[in-house]
Design a protein. Structure first.
Lengths: 457, 379
């Protein structure tokens, strides 16, 4: 995950609280959020609705006389609690990464623990108060339930006697369900904060060990980078000819990325060894680097280069770069002609998608474009055909050198090319003169052997 | 005389414009074959393969050389190394420890080389080349003749690998599947060789013919074979034979382009074809070498090899060939040169290498994160 560099806040604790509030981890929010269904709606506990049948109250006596709440929210609270517990470790990483990067992580963990501790205290207070309210409601409801369950007379008689108040009983029963839900959700929220506190404490406990491993990793990574730079230097032979400043662009690209919160997972899952710590940091960096460079086009890279060199924005860096690639890397290496330039010329401009970037007029050919299928590169392939080798100055020099060398020993590859052969390359019409050919021991000429029928070369 | 200088403008769709090549389907691996001839050609073919791997493909590859001691791997920009397939399946080592004596064992070769070996002492017959010349192409041609049967087998195996998937079921259905998997389009074969060496120069004389002949025996359509010849200026100063070998190589190729070939091998099989050896022969050189004006350095030579490899990788790409062939398909007027298949090629590339940049960004990010973590964890 790539996280933008945050603006440091003046008060880390206040900022942390603000973030906790934004994520619903405060005492005021957490119980309510734990009571939310998957649709984001508040869970509604079972409620008894008063009803009258044939002019007489119809009471669900079995339900009404339950000694405990129905508690049909257990599964919901459990699932929501687990989700929140899981979400807290990354949140801690995010919180300690953001806000005042200069503040040491130990201090930020302490600040976070304080904020979570305050919220826990507030929740406990709320829990205590809700427990008292719940107990009071339970007592009142129990009184009604006893009245309803008494042995004296029937239901109607008890209603007439006034010992049992149906409306009140229903109200108390419904209130007990509602209060029990809130109480349970606060208890679940306390569990979540307890897990968060444990995670923070674990991170604090791991701080020293992870700190030592990161120090080692830091040295190892810097050494690895230095070694890699050496190999990159060795690899300067790799195409292309005209390279953008990879090191500079890499530095600029890397500077755009802050330390991801995921890096602080090391605090919650301490690496087993120094090597594992290095590997974890390298793996994260490799993933992010692939994403960054995968989205980088040559035009984008040229803009980074422009920025790095402080070039004016109205300078056509694409054209400038293309002209340099063509001139410095391609046509400057063209072979010299023995006389006037010859042949038919095709200049292919190679662009990532095959679409032309440039136009030009050629004397003896045309400029066309083709896709190089190589992201990040443009190029020019300059092909001239329909020429004789002797059109080239260098080939003429080579043939001259061959002619001179022939005076000392034969270098031609086919008999027909020997001076004795018939001009034009046909088979020799005269027997070839004896030539000093020797066995490997250096003695005696090889016996003459008949040429195979039809074999001339 | 130098080529004309070209001034680029930004492409304006409304004006006279270069044409974009028609879209070409991604190259199927079975449609191409890459071959390295001689030490320089082999190294360059391996480097071409490395560049292809960096692009996520690897064409079928074969190589032939009579010099031992090739490196075993080539580094990739992301830090990995591509192992050279110096296995008998991919690379054929034309080992002739005593070529002069071996030559005497075959009357056919004795007669062929008697006039050609004029002026060459026995000791001179044992000169070895490697990476830019030094030996005599004629001597390597003896090695080629001595190993012609093995070369044929090697070429045939490479063609089979390029023409169809390696895993074929046995039996009648397998045979039918084999036939069904024959390519509908001819193979494109690209060979790389140094023009100033010995083995690459010798192999270049007959490789094109052998490839076409063996393809015909396998029932494959006549392949298109291009030869990419590197040098000679890029090998300048390595040996006194740089220009001489170049002259001999081009002289031989020109002779074959004019007269075709009729050559019997010691395996009893003849190469007979009244055609030029290649559909195209491209000469790629770097006249700016050597940097000091006298002798190319190892670094310059390696850089040049990568340059040739980059050009070879592009030529293996069907869209590039299509764009080029589309342009030259309709020639105007008569061809006046005697060797129309000969041309020069030059490549310039610019930009960034994604693999290299990714590696650098990753290293930079890892360091920065370790720095940041170390700072915040310090207290």
């Amino acid at each position: 995950m790539v996280v933008p560099i945050p603006h440091p806040a003046a008060d880390p604790a206040a900022a942390i609280y603000t973030h906790l509030e934004g994520q619903g981890f405060t005492a005021a929010q957490l119980p309510r959020l734990l009571r939310q269904t998957a649709d984001g709606e508040p869970f509604v506990p079972l409620q008894i609705q008063p009803s009258v049948v044939n002019g007489r109250p119809d009471l669900p006596v079995t339900l009404l006389t339950r000694s405990d709440p129905v508690r049909n929210w257990d599964a919901l609270l459990s699932a929501n609690s687990e989700h929140r517990k899981t979400a807290f470790s990354p949140l801690i990483s995010l919180l300690v990464t953001q806000y005042d990067p200069t503040l040491a992580i130990g201090g930020r963990l302490t600040a976070l623990q304080e904020v979570v501790g305050r919220e826990t205290t507030a929740l406990r207070k709320l829990h205590t108060q809700q427990q008292a309210d719940y107990a009071h409601t339970c007592a009142d409801l129990t009184q009604q339930q006893r009245a309803l369950g008494g042995q004296k007379g029937g239901l109607m008689q008890r209603l007439i006697d006034g010992a049992f108040n149906a409306a009140k009983a229903i109200q108390l029963w419904n209130l007990r369900e509602t209060q029990a839900l809130k109480l349970d959700s606060v208890a679940a929220a306390l569990e979540v904060l307890a897990a968060a506190t444990a995670a923070i404490q674990a991170a604090q406990a791991n701080l020293q060990q992870v700190g030592a491993r990161v120090q080692h990793a830091r040295r190892a990574l810097h050494e690895a980078r230095a070694t890699q730079r050496q190999s990159w230097v060795v690899l300067h032979d790799w195409p292309p000819d005209l390279k953008l400043d990879h090191g500079r662009i890499a530095g600029l690209l890397a500077a755009q990325i802050s330390t991801p919160a995921a890096a602080l997972d090391l605090l919650f899952h301490p690496p087993a060894s120094d090597a594992a710590c290095v590997a974890a940091l390298q793996a994260q960096a490799a993933t992010d680097a692939q994403q960054i460079v995968g989205n980088l086009t040559l035009i984008g890279a040229l803009e980074w280069q422009r920025g790095a060199e402080g070039l004016a924005s109205d300078l056509d860096v694409q054209l400038m770069f293309g002209q340099a690639v063509l001139g410095v890397c391609c046509t400057a290496r063209s072979l010299a002609w023995a006389g006037q330039p010859q042949g038919r010329r095709t200049l292919l401009q190679l662009t990532p998608d095959g679409q032309p970037w440039f136009g030009a007029t050629l004397d003896r050919g045309a400029l066309r474009s083709a896709g190089s299928t190589t992201p990040g590169l443009i190029g020019f392939l300059d092909l001239t055909e329909e020429i004789a080798p002797t059109d080239l100055a260098l080939v003429r020099a080579a043939l001259t050198a061959l002619a001179v060398a022939q005076m000392q020993q034969n270098n031609s590859l086919f008999v027909e090319l020997l001076p004795q052969a018939v001009p034009g390359g046909g088979p020799p019409t005269q027997p070839l003169p004896d030539v000093p050919v020797y066995h490997s021991n250096g003695h005696g000429p090889l016996p003459a052997a008949p040429t195979a029928g039809g074999v001339t070369t | 005389m130098q080529s004309e200088s070209i001034t680029l403008t930004r492409y304006q769709p409304a004006g006279p414009a270069p044409l974009a090549s028609p879209p070409v389907a991604a190259p199927a691996q079975s449609d191409t074959l890459l071959g390295g001839l001689g030490t320089f050609g082999t190294l360059t073919a391996f480097r071409t393969a490395a560049l292809c791997v960096a692009q996520g493909t690897l064409p079928p590859l074969f190589s032939l050389d009579n010099a031992a001691g090739l490196p075993s791997a080539v580094p990739l920009p992301d830090g990995r190394r591509l192992e050279f397939p110096l296995t008998p399946q991919a690379h054929l080592y034309l080992h002739s420890p005593d070529r002069r004596t071996q030559l005497g064992e075959y009357s056919l070769l004795t007669a062929r080389y008697a006039p050609l070996l004029r002026g060459l002492s026995v000791a001179g017959t044992y000169r070895q080349g490697g990476y830019g010349g030094g030996a005599v192409p004629l001597l390597s041609l003896i090695d080629v003749d001595l190993h012609i049967a093995a070369i044929r087998t090697h070429v045939r195996r490479a063609l089979q690998a390029a023409a169809r998937p390696p895993a074929a079921a046995g039996g009648v259905l397998g045979a039918l599947a084999d036939r069904a998997s024959q390519p509908r389009h001819p193979l494109f074969v690209l060979l790389t060789a140094g023009v100033s060496g010995s083995c690459g120069a010798a192999l270049a004389q007959i490789a094109g013919y052998l490839i076409r002949q063996e393809a015909g025996r396998l029932g494959l359509p006549r392949p298109t074979v291009w030869l990419l010849l590197a040098g000679p200026q890029a090998f300048q100063g390595l040996t006194p034979r740089t220009l001489v070998n170049c002259g001999a190589t081009l002289e031989g190729l020109q002779h074959l382009a004019r007269h075709g070939i009729d050559r019997l091998g010691i395996d009893g099989q003849a190469i007979r074809e009244a055609a030029p050896p290649y559909d195209y022969v491209w000469l790629l050189d770097d006249p700016q070498l050597p940097g000091d004006g006298n002798r190319v350095t190892d670094a310059e030579l390696a850089q040049f090899s990568w340059r040739v490899a980059a050009a070879a990788r592009l030529l293996l790409q069907p869209s590039i060939r299509a764009a080029y062939l589309d342009h030259v398909a309709n020639r105007e007027g008569e061809q006046t040169v005697e060797w129309p298949q000969f041309g020069t090629l030059q490549l310039g590339l610019g930009g960034f290498d994604p693999a290299l940049l990714t590696a650098q960004v990753a290293a930079e990010l890892a360091c920065r994160r370790a720095d940041a973590l170390a700072t915040v964890l310090a207290n």
